[in-house]
Design a protein around this ligand. Structure first.
Ligand code: SF4
Ligand code: SF4
Length: 346
């Protein structure tokens, strides 16, 4: 069966957007709005910081109007919807349908448990991609989400969505105990089913997560991703992240974090400074672009940044640096034409 593909329009719109901002002399601007319309979830994954950090406000739901205003305020062409589990939000279909109508590229991150129910309310569109959380094959994934049967349900939801013509990716977080062979098997399996690509990122050491031993140090991430992305083993697998970021994960390239490009809006406001850290919540997105703020955060500045390699901070960095390197820019354009995003959802 012919599967929906990532539209070329995304690469062109993103390139045009970045060039426009640069020509206007803007130093810091958003590429992806991370929208978290609620923090409640129907799972309690062992590596999840959100459901623990926002425990006092788990019942809070963003209104449709507030969600759409946050996306407009940020102005980024891509919107990544996460949380919590977005499919629990009673008006998520209105939020997504409105964003599609306005031609934002929407990536909705979900554990897949309630996805089929939502498919009845949102039509397939080139502007929408479901991003389903899968951390391994059945045993490993169910262990990661701490509930049996979730892998089967997630794969079923992926298959149904693909058969109905939706774009679908998977999203995997890699931890210290991750089983590389199991991950290869899963990446191959979802590629064979027909997903657009697999997004990968090391987990962030959220202080609120119960097991701090599971998070990788920077050096450990380099070794694990060198093994995981070995070209001899990954034939037939489709990774969605851009090749420059995949090289960064393997320690072959170095970047400073540009997390201001992924402003994150929650039921409490914009996380300041970034998606993993919320030393404050603020009501104006512009506060996240302040030069002074970024003198304090990033690798070598704040100890909590030392092991962070998340795509919200570093995949955008590969893109910003590529703007001044024709060779890297060509690599991104080529990978975009091959169906990789250049930017991935969290
Ligand atoms: S599915 Fe996502 S939001 Fe829910 S507990 Fe797991 S990681 Fe957290
Ligand atoms: S390096 Fe620090 S500032 Fe950047 S995304 Fe990671 S935790 Fe946030």
């Amino acid at each position: 069966m012919k599967r929906a593909k990532r539209p070329l329009e995304l690469s062109f719109r993103l390139a045009w957007y970045i060039l426009n901002k640069k020509l206007r002399g803007q130093k810091r601007f958003p590429l992806v709005t991370m929208l978290e319309p609620l923090e409640m979830c129907n799972l309690a994954c062992i590596g999840c910081g959100r459901i623990r950090e926002y425990k006092p406000v788990l019942d809070k739901m963003m209104t449709v109007e507030v969600a759409l205003n946050a996306v407009k305020e940020s102005g980024a062409p891509i919107v990544s919807i996460a949380g919590g589990e977005p499919t629990i939000h009673p008006r998520i279909d209105e939020i997504i349908n409105s964003l599609i109508k306005q031609k934002y590229f929407v990536y909705c991150c979900t554990n897949g448990l309630l996805l089929e129910r939502l498919l009845k309310k949102i039509k397939p569109s080139k502007y929408l991609c479901w991003v389903v959380h899968v951390d391994g094959m059945e045993e490993k994934h169910d262990e990661s989400v701490d509930r049996k049967g979730v892998f089967t349900k997630a794969i079923n939801a992926i298959t149904v969505a693909l058969d109905q013509g939706y774009r679908v990716c998977t999203n995997s977080t890699v931890f210290r105990g991750s089983d590389v062979e199991d991950l290869w098997e899963m990446f191959r399996y979802v590629s064979d089913i027909g997903v657009e690509g697999s997004m990968i990122s090391p987990g962030y050491e959220f202080e609120a997560a119960p097991d701090q031993e599971m998070f990788l140090t920077r050096g450990e991430s380099h070794s694990l991703f060198q093994k995981l992305l070995d070209p001899a083993k990954t034939e037939g697998m489709k990774f969605y992240n851009n090749p420059l970021y995949l090289n960064f994960l393997q320690g072959k390239r170095d970047y400073q974090c540009t997390a201001w490009s992924n402003p994150t809006y929650t039921t409490m406001g914009w996380r300041k400074p970034c998606y993993p850290l919320a030393d404050e919540h603020v009501q104006q997105v512009d506060e996240l672009y302040d030069d002074k703020l970024w003198e304090k955060y990033g690798v070598g500045k704040d100890p909590r940044c030392a092991n962070c390699m998340m795509h919200c901070g570093f995949e955008s960095a590969t893109i910003f640096q590529a703007v001044s390197s024709p060779k890297d820019w060509a690599t991104l354009i080529k990978s975009g034409a091959a169906g990789k995003s250049g930017i991935t959802a969290a």
